[in-house]
Design a protein around this ligand. Structure first.
Ligand code: NOJ
Ligand code: CA
Length: 665
C-alpha cells in the first residue's frame, strides 16, 4: 500500500555559531502550545531540560549527557555551537494498523554542543501536542570515530511524585511480570513503557531502538528516574559500541489528560522512519489458531514421544478448523529438531530446516494451501542467537519455499542473559533482532516475536515486524495465572509500545485438563480482548474442540484485525476499559469493554457511529449469573438496532466483559 502523504510543511530557521544565542532560542512549544519545553546549560555547562503539559510542570530540571570512556565526558563543561528550529506536518498512511491515517506534527529544536576538548554532540527535541521526544546525535568529527558508551546520563525528573505502573528490569524474567503501582520515589529498576497517573497522564518509553542498548530506568528515592542502559554482557559493562555519525533512539514522554489519551498516541510510530520495504501488500493482517495451547494444558508436547503434538494428523485437524472458520494461519510449534532434552536456555540443537519425522511439511503445506490457509512457522531459539544467526537465511528461505508467510520466533532462557553471556536486552541482541527483521523482509515473512526486544515502533519502517510478546501473556494462565486485573493494565502500559501477541480467546476457562486451575477471566471478556489488546495477527488460542459448536465463536470469526480508526470510550488503569474500532475498508464497528476483579456497570454511548445510520448490534455479554469464579462461561447473545444516539448500560460481572459487532444497515 502506498505511503500517502497528505500534507507536508517544513520550515527551518538556523542560527549559526557566530550569531549570539539567546536563552529563548531553546524554549520550545508544540504546534498548539500544549507541550512546552526548555533546554539550557547550567553554570557548569551541564545540559538540562524541563517540560510542561497544558501549563503544568511534568518534568523538572533533568540533566542530559554521556560518559563515553577513554576519558571522554559529555557531562559538563559543554558550550553551544549552534542551534536551529524547524516544523513538520504530514499525515501518513499505515499499511496496516489500529489507525489508518496518522498525523505527524511537531516543532523541532536542534542544539549542537561541544565539550572543552571539542567533542561534539547534538540534542534534537521534538515537541508534539501530546509528547516530548529527544535524541542525541554524534556528528562525524575528527575527535570521535569508534567509541563506547559507558553511561547515558539522561534523566526524567518528574515534577510530581505520581503513581506509576511498572514492571521490574533485571529481574530474571525479561518483561514477563504482573504490573505494580507505586510512587515514582519508590521505584528501583524498571522497564519502559512506564505509565504514570495524575492530573497529567505520562508514559516514558523509547522509539527507534536501533544498534543501541535498551533503556531501563532507575529510581533513587526521589522523583528522579535515570536512564540505565542494559550492559553488553555479564563480563562487559559497556553499554554500547558506536561509530560516529550515530543517532541514539528517541527518549519519549507521552502526555495526556486521560489514560485513554495515551492509548491513541502514535508518537512512537512518528519517531521511526517511514516504510523502507516498498510494496508490502504481502503483509496481511489476520487471525490464527495453533498447535500451542495444548502444550500448556498437558495434552501435547513439543518434544518427540507419544504426545508429540506437531504430527501430521493433528495439524490437519487445526487446518480444517481454521479453514472452516476463516482463520488465515495455523501456528505449529514443536515441528523441528531441537526440542528433545533441555532446550530452555540452550537452543544449540534447534534446526530450522529439519522437521521431525511425524511432521510431513510437504503434505501439510499443500493441504493448507488447498484449504485457503497457511502454516505459521515457529523458530524457538532457546535464546541461542549464534545458532539462529548461523541458519538465518536458510531458515527464512525454507519458510518461503513452503509458503509459510508468518513466523513466530522465541528466545526463552532462564534469566536476563543469553547462553553466550550477552544481555537479553543489550546492544548485541538489538542488532540480532534487526538482522532477523531484515532477513524476514527479504523472504517476505511476517514476524511475531516472543521474548523480544520491546517494541519501539519498528513496524513503521519494517511493516513485516507485525507483533511481539514482551509481556506476561495468556500462556501464564496455564503457569500459575495472571491476576484478574492484568488485562486492564496492559493496554495502558505494554501496549503503548505497540501490537501485543497476547493470544486471547480461552473458552474453556476452567481448563478441564488442569484440575484446580483456571484462567482468571470470563468467556465474554476473552472476546472483548480482541478489541482492547491490539494485534494485527490475532490468535484464538483455545483448542478446536473447545470452540466447536460454541455460538460465541461467531464473534471471533467476525472481528477483524485491521482498523480504520480506534476510539477509547472510557478507561482507568487497572480497573476497566472500553474501546471501539472501525474495520478498515468497511463501515462496520466493533466494541469491547472489560472490567477487573470488580463487577461494574459500563455505559456504551454509540455516538462514534455516523449520524443517521442504523446498525445491527450483535451483543455478546456475560449472562446475569456469570462470575469469573462461579460461572465464567455464562453468556448471552442479543441482537438490537442502534444508531449514534443510542446508549446501553452493561452490567459486567467480576472479570466480565462485553463484545459487540456493529454491522451497517
Ligand atoms: C514461550 C512463548 O511465549 C510461547 O508462546 C511458546 O510456546 C514457548 N516459548 C515455546 O517456544
Ligand atoms: Ca513468553
Amino acid at each position: 500500500m502506498k505511503n500517502l502523504i497528505l500534507a507536508v510543511a517544513i520550515s527551518i530557521i538556523a542560527l549559526s555559531c557566530n550569531q549570539k544565542l539567546k536563552s529563548e532560542d531553546f524554549i520550545g512549544a508544540s504546534p498548539n502550545g500544549t507541550v512546552t519545553f526548555n533546554f539550557s546549560l547550567d553554570q557548569n555547562g551541564r545540559p538540562y531540560y524541563t517540560s510542561s503539559f497544558t501549563g503544568s510542570a511534568v518534568i523538572d530540571t533533568s540533566y542530559l549527557g554521556f560518559e563515553l570512556g577513554d576519558g571522554i565526558s559529555l557531562n559538563d563543561g559543554l558550550s553551544v555551537l549552534s542551534s536551529s528550529k524547524s516544523s513538520f506536518d504530514e499525515t501518513w498512511e499505515q499499511p496496516w494498523g489500529e489507525q489508518r491515517l496518522i498525523r505527524n506534527n511537531y516543532n523541532e529544536t536542534r542544539v549542537e554542543l561541544a565539550n572543552e576538548q571539542g567533542v561534539k554532540v547534538a540534542v534534537i527535541f521534538r515537541a508534539f501536542d501530546n509528547a516530548l521526544a529527544f535524541r542525541y546525535e554524534f556528528p562525524e568529527q575528527e575527535g570521535l570515530k569508534d567509541f563506547k558508551v559507558v553511561d547515558e546520563l539522561t534523566e526524567f525528573n518528574m515534577a510530581n511524585d505520581q503513581d506509576a505502573w511498572w514492571i521490574p528490569a533485571f529481574g530474571g524474567n525479561r518483561y514477563e511480570y504482573e504490573y505494580a503501582k507505586n510512587k515514582i520515589s519508590e521505584l528501583n529498576k524498571i522497564h519502559t513503557p512506564v505509565t504514570m497517573e495524575g492530573n497529567t497522564y505520562v508514559a516514558i518509553h523509547e522509539a527507534d531502538l536501533t544498534n543501541y542498548s535498551s533503556m531501563v530506568l532507575t529510581g533513587n528515592g526521589t522523583t528522579k528516574l535515570k536512564c540505565d542502559l542494559v550492559p553488553y554482557s555479564t563480563t562487559d559493562p559497556t553499554k554500547a559500541y558506536l561509530s560516529a555519525p550515530f543517532s541514539t533512539p528517541w527518549r519519549m514522554i507521552l502526555m495526556g489528560k486521560s489514560a485513554g489519551d495515551l492509548m491513541t498516541n502514535y508518537t512512537v510510530l512518528n519517531l521511526n522512519e517511514p516504510n523502507k520495504l516498498g510494496d508490502v501488500s504481502w503483509v496481511e493482517p489476520g487471525k490464527y489458531v495453533g498447535v500451542w495451547w495444548e502444550m500448556f494444558v498437558n495434552i501435547g508436547t513439543w518434544h518427540q514421544g507419544p504426545k508429540h503434538a506437531a504430527n501430521t494428523d493433528n495439524v490437519k485437524k487445526y487446518i480444517d478448523f481454521a479453514s472452516a472458520n476463516g482463520f488465515k494461519g495455523v501456528l505449529v510449534e514443536g515441528w523441528n529438531y531441537g526440542w528433545d532434552g533441555n532446550w530452555m536456555g540452550g537452543g544449540t540443537k534447534f534446526n530450522f530446516t529439519k522437521p521431525y519425522p511425524d511432521y510431513d511439511i510437504d503434505e501439510l503445506s499443500k493441504y493448507a494451501a488447498d484449504k485457503g490457509v497457511y502454516i505459521i512457522g515457529h523458530h524457538e531459539t532457546g535464546a541461542d542467537i549464534d545458532n539462529y544467526d548461523a541458519q538465518l537465511d536458510d531458515a527464512y528461505k525454507y519458510l518461503s519455499d513452503y509458503g509459510l508467510k508468518t513466523v513466530k520466533t522465541g528466545y526463552v532462557e532462564n534469566g536476563d542473559t543469553l547462553p553466550n553471556g550477552l544481555y537479553h536486552h543489550g546492544q548485541a541482541f538489538v542488532q540480532h533482532f534487526q538482522r532477523v527483521i531484515e532477513t524476514g523482509a527479504k523472504h517476505k515473512t511476517m514476524i511475531v516475536a516472543h521474548e523480544p526486544i520491546k517494541d519501539t515502533g519498528k513496524r513503521r519502517t519494517y511493516p513485516n515486524m507485525v507483533s511481539r510478546e514482551g509481556a506476561r501473556g495468556q500462556e501464564y494462565n496455564a503457569m500459575g495465572g495472571n491476576r484478574a486485573d492484568h488485562v486492564t493494565i496492559l493496554p495502558f502500559t505494554r501496549c503503548l509500545a505497540a501490537p501485543f501477541d497476547y493470544t486471547p480467546g480461552v473458552f474453556d476457562i476452567k481448563v478441564k485438563t488442569r484440575p484446580g486451575e483456571q484462567v482468571w477471566s470470563t468467556l465474554t471478556r476473552e472476546l472483548a480482548l480482541y478489541l482492547v489488546i491490539y494485534a494485527p495477527m490475532e490468535m484464538a488460542n483455545d483448542l478446536p474442540e473447545n470452540y466447536e459448536g460454541h455460538p460465541a465463536l461467531q464473534f471471533i470469526r467476525d472481528v477483524p484485525t485491521d482498523w480504520e480508526t480506534t476510539k477509547v470510550l472510557s478507561g482507568q488503569i487497572g480497573d476497566h476499559l472500553a474501546v471501539a474500532r472501525q474495520e478498515r475498508g468497511t463501515e462496520n464497528w466493533f466494541v469491547g469493554a472489560i472490567t477487573d476483579e470488580e463487577a461494574r456497570t459500563t455505559t456504551i454511548n454509540f455516538d462514534f457511529l455516523p449520524e443517521g445510520t442504523t446498525y445491527k448490534a450483535v451483543i455478546y455479554r456475560n449472562s446475569d449469573d456469570a462470575d469469573y469464579i462461579d460461572n465464567p462461561t455464562g453468556y448471552t447473545i442479543e441482537e438490537v438496532t442502534v444508531n449514534s444516539t443510542s446508549s446501553i448500560d452493561f452490567n459486567l460481572c467480576r472479570a466480565g466483559g462485553v463484545a459487540i459487532s456493529l454491522f451497517k444497515g
